[in-house]
Structures are given as structure tokens and as C-alpha cells.
Design a protein around this ligand. Structure first.
Ligand code: HPA
Length: 272
């Protein structure tokens, strides 16, 4: 039996628009501007949607924007829910459930992340080809609703390989260099210690952030196709001889915004 909250939220969204989104965009810290380029847009504040939590972090807007972008019907989330804000994993991933219910088949998940891989530089874009769930919990803990997905979802190819290749082709066409690697999801809200960054590198991580992993796990459970893009906003702690700050994260994402917008728009144009 599908949870009523999911149907109520999606019915509310359906009533506000005649558009039928097929692609969901989750726009991370400083990357929400992409939603401003959506044509014939309908904006719905999270607070208006039944059962939707509200976003609180600086740099996140807290609304969904529906409409047409590069010829695709999209639903963009300007701002997401983070576990560190105190939301439950169920709340953090609720929008993914709603997207699925609305008929969305693919999501593009974006975030700002710290670079662990020393070949990376602030301002790089990284295609996520795998993740490490280092959050100490899992959004699927609890009774499994078979209407939503299987009890033990396979995570071996949750980041769609065809989408990665498509994104790499788009980057090439645009003359953009993009990296590829493993995203580590930590809870935050602290940034890592230098020792933790070394540990994560040893474990195979290339970038670290405080989001994305829960949403992608639930997307995998719901059989959605996923493309993940990290904007390397800073080098993770201990790599450069400087402290980390949220301001640096915002400033770097401001700088790469142009490339990021071009890149995601090209991907949308090309994607099915
Ligand atoms: N660590 C964790 N999360 C982040 C970072 C970081 O260095 N940068 C942006 N989000």
C-alpha cells in the first residue's frame, strides 16, 4: 500500500500545472540558478506542498520549479533537505518518492563537494560514478513497501553508465574538462578533519559532501535513472594550508556556475 503522503503531495503538484515532468533536477548549494532558466515556469514553495519539509540552509531557496528546459519537461528542486538539518532520512528522500509518483524516470542530482582526490581543483565538475554511504544509516531502514521497490535493492550500477557516457560526450562538445569519481556522503554539519579526509581517500573516495547519497539510494530503490554531478567547491580539509568555510563553497560555486549551467543544459538537450 503506497503511502498516502506521497500521493497527496504529487496530486497537489499535479493540480498546479499541466506540465508532466519526466526529469527531476536536484540543485545543490549555489546551483539553484539553473531553475531560473526554466521556461513557462510554475513555482511552488515547499511549504505549500502537503507533507514536504521546508529548507533552512543559507544558499538554498526551498521551492520546486516546473516547466520546460531545453525541450524537456522538468521538475527542479531549488534547495534540498539535509540530514544535518535534523530531518529524518524519510523526509530527506520524500521528494524522490514524489518525483517517481509524478512519472519522472530520471534524476540529475547535483551538489557542492570537497575534493579528496589531489588531482582535483576547486571549480572542477565531477561526474559521480559511485558513492560511499558514510552516514551511518540508510533511508530504506524500516518496513519495506513493495509498491515502492524491493527489500534489498542492488546498488551496483545506481549511477547510470549510459548517462555518464552521455555527460562525457556533452563535456567534450563544450570543451569542458570534467572529472569522474566516487562521492562520499557524510552527515555533516562539520567539515571533515584532515585525518578523516586521508581515511576517505584510502577508502576510495574522490569527493565528500553532506547530501546526495540518501536521495540516490531511494532513487535506486524506485528504479529511477540517476546522473550525479559534484561541483568541487573546495579541497577537503588538510589538503591545502587553509581553513574551510561555507563562504568559500558559495564563492567557488558562483565561479563555476556558468560552466555548470551550460553543461547541465547540454545534457538535458541530449538525454531521452
Ligand atoms: N566537506 C563536506 N561537505 C562539503 C565540502 C567539504 O569539504 N565542501 C562542500 N560540501
Amino acid at each position: 500500500m503506497k503511502d498516502n503522503t506521497i500521493t497527496e503531495a504529487s496530486q497537489y503538484i499535479r493540480k498546479q500545472t499541466s506540465s508532466t515532468p519526466t526529469i527531476g533536477l536536484i540543485l545543490g548549494s549555489g546551483l539553484g540558478v539553473l531553475a531560473e532558466e526554466i521556461n513557462e515556469q510554475i513555482v511552488i514553495p515547499y511549504g505549500d506542498i502537503p507533507h514536504f519539509p521546508k529548507s533552512t540552509v543559507a544558499g538554498h531557496k526551498g521551492q520546486i520549479v516546473l516547466g520546460n528546459l531545453e525541450g524537456k519537461q522538468v521538475l527542479a528542486m531549488q534547495g534540498r533537505f539535509h540530514y544535518y538539518e535534523g530531518y529524518s532520512m524519510e523526509q530527506v528522500t520524500f521528494p524522490i518518492r514524489v518525483m517517481k509518483e509524478l512519472g519522472i524516470h530520471s534524476i540529475v542530482v547535483t551538489n557542492a563537494a570537497g575534493g579528496i582526490n589531489t588531482d582535483f581543483s576547486p571549480g572542477d565538475l565531477m561526474l559521480i560514478d559511485d558513492h560511499i554511504n558514510n552516514m551511518g544509516t540508510n533511508p530504506l531502514i524500516g518496513p519495506n513497501d513493495e509498491d515502492l521497490g524491493v527489500r534489498f535493492p542492488d546498488m551496483s550500477s545506481v549511477y547510470d553508465e549510459e548517462y555518464i557516457q552521455l555527460a562525457e560526450r556533452c563535456a567534450k562538445e563544450l570543451d569542458l574538462t570534467v572529472k569522474k569519481g566516487v562521492y562520499v556522503g557524510n552527515t555533516g554539519p562539520t567539515y571533515e578533519t584532515p585525518a578523516e579526509v586521508n581515511m576517505l581517500r584510502t577508502l576510495g573516495g574522490d569527493a565528500v559532501g553532506m547530501s546526495t547519497v540518501p536521495e540516490v539510494i531511494v532513487a535506486g530503490h524506485a528504479n529511477l535513472r540517476v546522473l550525479g554531478i559534484s561541483c568541487i567547491s573546495n579541497m577537503a580539509a588538510g589538503i591545502l594550508d587553509q581553513p574551510l568555510s561555507h563562504r568559500e563553497v558559495i564563492e567557488t560555486t558562483d565561479k563555476v556556475r556558468g560552466d555548470f549551467l551550460k553543461f547541465v543544459k547540454r545534457i538535458l538537450k541530449t538525454i531521452d
